[in-house]
Write a protein that binds this ligand. Structure first.
Ligand SMILES: [Zn+2]
Length: 246
């Protein structure tokens, strides 16, 4: 049998062997929230999970099971969206890291599938370092690998639920994408402005889509996925070698 690449598939003896030789794990974190009429609610957790699993199987660094729920208050205008509070998510992720630290883990690569989680994960990273001596790195495919995204997708294909995300879904889970419901919508305003204010996504987009979705394809998703995996493998390598800077 091939070496297992997921912690939850291992026995405790296999886990002991892994942790005796390595101090790094991958932890995918997602969300369950609206992604327009064509995409599944689990888009962010499914993409984070797929990236983490693929990189784990190619690198030999194990992945943990995905943490499915995230900070999605801004999407609560759409049915089926689930949100947890910042304290709940932050406390939960920190507890997971506290357990890992008991088994000798010193570095955690969080593959974050949802931008709304970032401020909370940054606090987790600070607390993990400060309280546990564990270094947390947060990778987000659309920001950490933005150069790849900009190369492959136009600006209006890079927003929430638009061409890039939809293409990844079509590649990873074609049966979950409702091609008959693909939608293009130019958002009214954006999340960033001169001064910050909290804004719900339904204030800016009737469909929940931010940009162009109709240009998505499984072929484009496959190219993007492979490029992201390669970039993430570089991150893992640099983390292992202690070369990765912030
Ligand atoms: Zn998303």
């Amino acid at each position: 049998m091939d070496k297992k690449s997921s912690l939850h598939h291992m026995t405790y003896e296999e886990a002991r062997e892994y942790f005796s030789g390595r101090d790094l794990v991958i932890l995918p974190v997602g969300s369950v929230e609206q992604h327009g009429p064509a995409n599944p609610l689990g888009t962010d957790m499914l993409i984070a999970e797929a990236l983490a699993q693929e990189v784990a199987s190619r690198s030999g660094v194990i992945s943990l099971p995905v943490i499915p729920f995230g900070i999605s208050f801004h999407h609560m205008g759409f049915p089926g969206t689930i949100t947890v509070g910042e304290d709940s998510l932050g406390g939960y992720v920190l507890d997971v890291i506290r357990s890992l630290s008991r088994w000798g883990v010193k570095k955690v690569l969080i593959v974050n599938g949802h931008g709304g989680n970032l401020p909370t994960l940054q606090i987790v990273a600070r607390r993990a370092m400060d309280e546990l001596g564990v270094r947390v790195y947060v990778y987000q495919w659309w920001t950490s690998s933005s150069h790849i995204l900009e190369e492959l997708f136009e600006e209006d294909e890079r927003g929430h639920a638009s061409g890039a995300e939809t293409s990844l879904n079509m590649h990873l889970h074609p049966e979950l994408v409702r091609r008959d419901r693909l939608t293009d919508e130019r958002p009214r305003g954006s999340f960033g402005g001169k001064v910050y204010r909290f804004v719900y996504t339904h204030e800016m987009s009737d469909s929940g889509v931010f940009g162009r979705q109709s240009s998505a394809s499984p072929e484009r998703g496959s190219v993007l996925f492979e490029r992201l995996v390669e970039d993430l493998l570089r991150v893992v390598r640099e983390m292992e070698e202690g070369k990765l800077e912030g």
